[in-house]
Each structure stands twice: as C-alpha cells, then as structure tokens.
Design a protein around this ligand. Sequence first.
Ligand SMILES: *[C@@H]1O[C@H](CO)[C@@H](O)[C@H](O)[C@H]1NC(C)=O
Ligand SMILES: *[C@@H]1O[C@H](CO)[C@@H](O)[C@H](O)[C@H]1NC(C)=O
Ligand SMILES: *[C@@H]1O[C@H](CO)[C@@H](O)[C@H](O)[C@H]1NC(C)=O
Ligand SMILES: *[C@@H]1O[C@H](CO)[C@@H](O)[C@H](O)[C@H]1NC(C)=O
Ligand SMILES: *[C@@H]1O[C@H](CO)[C@@H](O)[C@H](O)[C@H]1NC(C)=O
Ligand SMILES: *[C@@H]1O[C@H](CO)[C@@H](O)[C@H](O)[C@H]1NC(C)=O
Ligand SMILES: *[C@@H]1O[C@H](CO)[C@@H](O)[C@H](O)[C@H]1NC(C)=O
Ligand SMILES: *[C@@H]1O[C@H](CO)[C@@H](O)[C@H](O)[C@H]1NC(C)=O
Ligand SMILES: *[C@@H]1O[C@H](CO)[C@@H](O)[C@H](O)[C@H]1NC(C)=O
Ligand SMILES: *[C@@H]1O[C@H](CO)[C@@H](O)[C@H](O)[C@H]1NC(C)=O
Length: 410
Amino acid sequence: MSPSPPKPLLLLPLLLLLLLLRTTSTEAATRTANATLPPSPSPTSSPTPPTTRTPSTSIHSILDPKQLRALQSMDIPTAKDPCIQPSPHNATICDSSSPFRHLVSLHLSNCSSDLALSYTALKSLSTLQSLSFTNCPVTPTRFPLDLALSLRSFTCIHSLKHLTGVGLSHFVNLTDLTVSNVPVNTSGLYVVLGNMHKLRIPSSITLLENLESLNLSSNALTGGIPSNFGDLISLKNVSLGSNSLSGAIPDSISAIPDLAHVDLSSNQLNGTIPKFFAEMKNLRYLNLANNEFHGVLPFNLTFMKRLAVIKVGGNSNLCYNHTILSSKLKLGIAPCDKHGLPLSPPPAKDDSSGDGSESDSSDYDDGSDDSSSKKEGHHGPNKVVLGLAIGLSSIVFLIVFLILLSKRCG
Ligand SMILES: *[C@@H]1O[C@H](CO)[C@@H](O)[C@H](O)[C@H]1NC(C)=O
Ligand SMILES: *[C@@H]1O[C@H](CO)[C@@H](O)[C@H](O)[C@H]1NC(C)=O
Ligand SMILES: *[C@@H]1O[C@H](CO)[C@@H](O)[C@H](O)[C@H]1NC(C)=O
Ligand SMILES: *[C@@H]1O[C@H](CO)[C@@H](O)[C@H](O)[C@H]1NC(C)=O
Ligand SMILES: *[C@@H]1O[C@H](CO)[C@@H](O)[C@H](O)[C@H]1NC(C)=O
Ligand SMILES: *[C@@H]1O[C@H](CO)[C@@H](O)[C@H](O)[C@H]1NC(C)=O
Ligand SMILES: *[C@@H]1O[C@H](CO)[C@@H](O)[C@H](O)[C@H]1NC(C)=O
Ligand SMILES: *[C@@H]1O[C@H](CO)[C@@H](O)[C@H](O)[C@H]1NC(C)=O
Ligand SMILES: *[C@@H]1O[C@H](CO)[C@@H](O)[C@H](O)[C@H]1NC(C)=O
Ligand SMILES: *[C@@H]1O[C@H](CO)[C@@H](O)[C@H](O)[C@H]1NC(C)=O
C-alpha cells in the first residue's frame, strides 16, 4: 500500500488516446440524414461557409479544416468526409454544428508504430468527448488541457508506450476510463489516484468524482488498492483484474453507493473478504477469484441470489460456512471447519466450478439445508446401486435368453 513515488509517472501516457469512439444517439440521428456531402476541403481551403444551408439541420456542413488536418496527421483517411457515417472502422464521429462540424469521438486502432501524436493536432481536437486507442504503440505527447477537460471517455488498450498518472489528473470530467494491457510497470493505482497528490491538487481523488467506470485490467499493476479508493464516489463498474495488486480490500470501498460490477480477480489480494459487499444494494457482479483471501466467506444465500455473478474460487485459504451456504453453489472453495479453516482441499478447478461459477438463480436451492458432507455421502451408494442394477438386469436377460433357447431346441 505504500506506493513508491517515481513509478506512477509511467502510467500517464496510456490515458491520452481513447476519447472519441462513442456512438451516441445524436450521431445515429445524423447518420440517417441522406445528404450528398461536398467533398472534403483541402486543408488549405478557405473556410467559406456553404452558401445554402438547410436551416433545421447542418448536414451540409463539413468538418473543421483544422480537425481535418489533425486526422491527416494521424493517418486517418480523409478522402471521404470523415463525418459521413459510418466512417471506416467507426473511427470518427462528428457533431452537427455549422458552418463546420466537429469531432466528438475518435478511435485509433492498429496504428503504425511511427505514428506521432503532435500537441498541435491534439489541441485542435479539443471538441472530443471520447478518445480511444487500441493496438496503437504511439509515443504520446502532452495532452492539451482543453482536450483533457473535454473528454468523457478515455480508453487505452495495448497502446501507448508510456502512461503516467500526471496527465490523467487533468481529465476531470471522465466518466469512463479503460487502461488495459499496457506493457508498462507501474506502482499500481497510485498512478491513477495517489499521484495526484504530487500535483498539489487539494483533493486529488475528488477530481475524478464523475468517474463511473474504471477498467485497469491486465496491466501488471503492483502495490495495494489505495485506502482512499472510496473517494471515487460515482463508480459503478470497476475492474482491476489480472494485475499483481496485494494487500487487503480497503474499507472505503463501502462508501461507494452505486457499485454494480467489481472485478478484483487474479491478483494477490489478501485478508478476509469484507462483509460490506453484502450491504451494497446495487451490486450485481463480484469476482474475487484467484487471490489470497482467507477466512469464512461472509455472505448468505439471500445476498448470493441477488448477484448475477459471484466468483471466489482459487483462494485456497478461503472457505464457506456449510450451515449457511450449500455446496450446490459450487463456489470452488472448501467448506469450513468449526475454526473457520478449510475442511478439505478445495475442489479441483474446472471451468464449471473452479474459479467460481457463474450462477443464476437456478443454481440455488432454497429449501435445501443439505450439508456438503451429506451430499458427498450420496455419491458412493449411487454408484453401487447403478452397478447392481446393471448386473441384475444382465442376469435376468441371460435367463430369459436361455429359457427361449431351450424351448427352441427342445
Ligand atoms: C438517398 O438519396 C438517394 C438519391 O437522392 C436515393 O436514391 C436514396 O434512396 C436515398 N436513401 C435514403 C436512405 O433515403
Ligand atoms: C460501426 O457502428 C455501427 C453502429 O454502431 C455498427 O453497426 C457497425 O458494426 C460498426 N462497424 C465497425 C466496423 O465497427
Ligand atoms: C486490428 O487488427 C486486428 C488483428 O490484426 C483485427 O482483428 C482488427 O479488425 C483490426 N481493427 C481495425 C479497426 O482495423
Ligand atoms: C469539465 O470540468 C471543468 C472543471 O471542473 C468544468 O469547468 C467544465 O465545465 C467541465 N465540462 C467541460 C465540457 O469542459
Ligand atoms: C517490472 O517489474 C518486474 C517485477 O517487479 C521487474 O522485475 C522488472 O524489472 C520491471 N520492469 C521495468 C521496466 O521496470
Ligand atoms: C476491461 O477491459 C478489458 C480489455 O479491454 C475487457 O476485456 C474487459 O471486458 C473490460 N472489463 C469491463 C468490466 O468492462
Ligand atoms: C497481505 O499482503 C501484504 C502485502 O503483500 C502483507 O504485508 C501482509 O502481511 C499480508 N497479510 C496477510 C494477513 O497475509
Ligand atoms: C457494468 O456492470 C454491469 C453489471 O455487471 C454490466 O451489466 C454493464 O455492462 C457494465 N458496464 C460497463 C460499461 O462495463
Ligand atoms: C443476509 O445478509 C444480509 C446482509 O448481511 C442481511 O441483511 C440479511 O438479513 C441476511 N439474511 C439472512 C436470511 O440471514
Ligand atoms: C456457521 O454458521 C453458524 C450459524 O450461523 C454459526 O453458529 C457458526 O459459528 C458458523 N461457523 C463458522 C465457522 O463461522
């Protein structure tokens, strides 16, 4: 949990690229317009507005020449008006303002590695609400403040050579942040949260108080989940899965009122699983599988039935109270002994039950108070009965056959 200060800087470059990709309903509306757009102006053409414009819509207007130049500098084809929808790979989405339309969404994918993002180009794109990079190993530049403030959504998947938390601290209006598969070591969430303290921003975390979705999966993040994580008060979905996070789940998470989706799987988190998850009214998805949690799973059937998905398998020191939960839940962990320790080795992992099963309500059996030991007891006898039945019917069949045979011969 004690972050080492210098490392966070690595994470910031990752955050810069993902804001432009959202397909919004307004975009859908402009797409239905059946207008013959004028050819794209050359970057040097004078910004003469079209002489005739439909007053109610701006379908005849064209993309701002500055933004057109920026797209060209990013190797995005502009021979066809980038505002005509759908653009190739849905890379660009424009608003419908006039005389010039402006980009609201830009998605770069599969970029060439010599693509450079210039500050000038990014500055001209400060109308973007969504910016997204997928498989773009570009060397990022600084993000202009105007752009940082304008972004609502930023995604960086397997992209950008470096990413630090510094730039992110300016992205104060983000509601969606995805940074995934970034092959850079960082000191964990400190990059996103803690590093802002270095910028002497008074209440760093609350700068991201609009953040609803945080996805930092598969980044080799280390260190702990910051104790002030709960300051991300608007969070609905959080995925920190497949990193190397350690330590306990901080209590402050209990203060986030609308959490619906929590994925902390495949880390080295330890301690006990906090009971407060059961009090979170909106929680639908909880994945704590493949960590180092220990102790008794603090959940009852009422809570488990409310969730669409709960996964806790792959925690070898975690167990469930079999007077409260049935083994039918296939949680992928062992029942507890009276001391709260796993009674037997957890069931062998497989897809259906190993790292916790995706359970719908059909997996639950309310009326069942079966203890797991009772149910395990059934397995032996069932096999014996089946064997006996097969043996007996073979004998009967043989006798009938012999009788028929003897009648024929006789
Ligand atoms: C768009 O306009 C063209 C030519 O005016 C016409 O052929 C076509 O059917 C129209 N498409 C739609 C979807 O209205
Ligand atoms: C582009 O967006 C439209 C509408 O959202 C979608 O139907 C289409 O599959 C997308 N095309 C690509 C190549 O992603
Ligand atoms: C990017 O490359 C991947 C794999 O080569 C391919 O599946 C995907 O369709 C490409 N995406 C775009 C937008 O070109
Ligand atoms: C974004 O956040 C800044 C600072 O909180 C605010 O002034 C601005 O109005 C917000 N919205 C946009 C579109 O910049
Ligand atoms: C990344 O972290 C691993 C393990 O902590 C370390 O061995 C490696 O040297 C680090 N790489 C970089 C580029 O910092
Ligand atoms: C997080 O991002 C990864 C990589 O893009 C994706 O596979 C995963 O589904 C995302 N998780 C959530 C909860 O959106
Ligand atoms: C949990 O992990 C942290 C960091 O790796 C370690 O310092 C602590 O001792 C561990 N606690 C338990 C109960 O294993
Ligand atoms: C957020 O989580 C909910 C519940 O698991 C899920 O239905 C929804 O698609 C997720 N949204 C995003 C943006 O990942
Ligand atoms: C199940 O747990 C929840 C949350 O801890 C609690 O409010 C509820 O009363 C419990 N239900 C039963 C039947 O024990
Ligand atoms: C299991 O639950 C029962 C009933 O609530 C309780 O008496 C018992 O102490 C619990 N066992 C463990 C190991 O927590």
